[in-house]
Design a protein. Structure first.
Length: 146
């Protein structure tokens, strides 16, 4: 597994250990990690702290040119909100650990010129499958389902 995706998976595990949803994200610019995060909606009582949002927040304010050299890593296919944020800042590449348990608007993101790399990592898949089976109500809340 790519070392940056491994870091995102570590973030996901940390989120689960904190009682949250096990999704992690890492932002990389010029082969250096500039932000890391995990889904903290439960822990922070937040409406928006998905892993990618937490990661970008932790990276702090960056110049547009920096975002345009970035790669966003996520253990799970980014949702509409997180994909929209990547599009807003024109992040050109997203590496996705898995999209079997949830698939965000991948075709739309691609149509906007973003390169998506789907790793289909078994650890990422298993982590989400186990979580969804154990906490379906929390998962449904996170993705805006009934």
């Amino acid at each position: 597994m790519d070392r940056f995706l491994q870091m995102a998976l570590e973030e996901a595990r940390q989120g689960l250990a904190e009682g949250g949803i096990p999704i992690g994200s890492v932002l990389v610019i010029d082969n250096a990690v500039v932000g890391r995060g995990h889904n903290r909606r439960v822990q922070q009582g937040s409406a928006i702290l998905h892993a990618e949002m937490d990661c970008l927040e932790n990276a702090g304010r960056l110049r547009p040119a920096e975002y345009r050299r970035a790669t966003l890593y996520s253990t799970l296919s980014p949702c509409d909100m997180c994909s929209g944020t990547a599009l807003l800042y024109r992040i050109p590449r997203i590496v996705i650990g898995e999209n079997r348990t949830f698939r965000g608007p991948e075709e739309y993101v691609r149509s906007r010129g973003v390169s998506l790399v789907i790793v289909d990592d078994e650890e990422c898949i298993q982590l989400m499958r186990e979580f969804i089976a154990a906490r379906p109500e929390l998962w449904n809340e996170d993705i805006g389902e009934v």
